[in-house]
Design a protein around this ligand. Structure first.
Ligand SMILES: O=C(O)CCC(=O)C(=O)O
Length: 301
């Protein structure tokens, strides 16, 4: 039998019961769920939130404006000028290579199950990143993180889980969302929205240790960090396995990390010997209209 995402999930111990029926219904109908876990529950899962938090702070300190550039090769001119990839926010990327405290984060069962459940096709991790808005700034325009669906039958290509490393409040820049917008066939940009308030918006306020899982078609944006308190989230982004990964794990994973990962974990990173490497030239030119169109056709087959 062909090894696929179901095989990998089952080897990692992820079952149909990973999410409740209500959580599954909410993902489909509202476009998101929020799950809060206490510090000791994370420890039981082998994830030490204190360690993750401290290591993340050290990386922020070390990388500064260099942080997060791994996935933004198309805008290298900004890197040369010492700019952050996103003005107003600290980013870090490729965390799996950077410390062992992140290794269990990309296989958090709820994140992986929700991705497979919504995407339906085989999945792979696109990237595991940090985002932290800087004091007094960090607001984003309303957006979705993929091309808008055009037909009701178009598949969901991507699912995002944010693990909150700090309490998220309206004052420190919690994510804003508009529930139920994941089924719309227009992006917020196409509706003319910028950073303004939306009448149906809510702020995703939740304690440190929470998981916010959402369909990437849900209208969302980072809000301004008003009170300057830290607001760090780790974003675990799974995509349809056919689609580009932001990080080419097959190429980038360092040997010592690769040796520690199971076959199922390597499968989820698309980094097994038998996984095809990302085509770097095409990836770099993925926004070229001809290449974009070509891949849209390929992915829809
Ligand atoms: O950090 C947040 O609250 C949302 C970030 C986001 O949507 C993005 O960077 O695309």
């Amino acid at each position: 039998m062909k090894y696929n995402s179901n095989t990998a999930l089952s080897e990692i111990g992820i079952t149909e019961d990973t999410l409740t029926e209500k959580q599954k219904n909410d993902l489909v109908n509202k476009g998101y769920i929020l799950i809060s876990l206490a510090e000791n529950e994370w420890l039981d899962r082998g994830i030490d939130l204190n360690l993750v938090s401290n290591v993340t702070n050290e990386l922020i300190e070390k990388e500064g404006s260099m942080g997060g550039w791994e996935a933004h090769d198309h805008a290298q001119h900004k890197l040369e000028k010492g700019q952050h990839p996103e003005r107003g926010a600290q980013r870090l990327n490729h965390l799996i290579n950077k410390h062992s405290c992140y290794r269990k984060i990309f296989t958090i069962p709820e994140a992986v199950y929700a991705a497979k459940f919504l995407i339906k096709n085989d999945i792979a991790l696109s990237q595991l990143i940090l985002r932290m808005p800087f004091p007094g700034t960090g607001e984003q325009k309303w957006h979705i993180d993929w091309m808008p669906r055009r037909k009701k039958s178009d598949p969901i290509r991507s699912v995002l889980t944010s693990l909150f490393l700090d309490d998220f409040t309206k004052e420190n820049g919690a994510t804003r969302i508009v529930p139920n917008t994941h089924k719309l066939l227009l992006s917020p940009e196409e509706q003319g929205l910028g950073t303004e308030d939306h009448p149906d918006q809510i702020y995703v306020e939740a304690p440190r240790g929470s998981l916010f899982i959402y369909d990437i078609n849900l209208w969302h944006c980072g809000s301004r960090n008003l009170n300057g308190k830290k607001r760090r989230q780790l974003n675990i982004n799974y995509r349809d396995r056919k689609i580009w990964q932001q990080i080419n794990y097959k190429k980038e994973l360092i040997e010592s990390v690769r040796n520690e990962l199971s076959y199922a974990e390597l499968y989820l990173l698309k980094a097994r010997d038998e996984d095809k490497p990302r085509k770097e030239f095409l990836f770099r030119h993925r926004n070229n209209p001809i290449i974009k169109k070509m891949f849209q056709i390929l992915w829809s087959s």
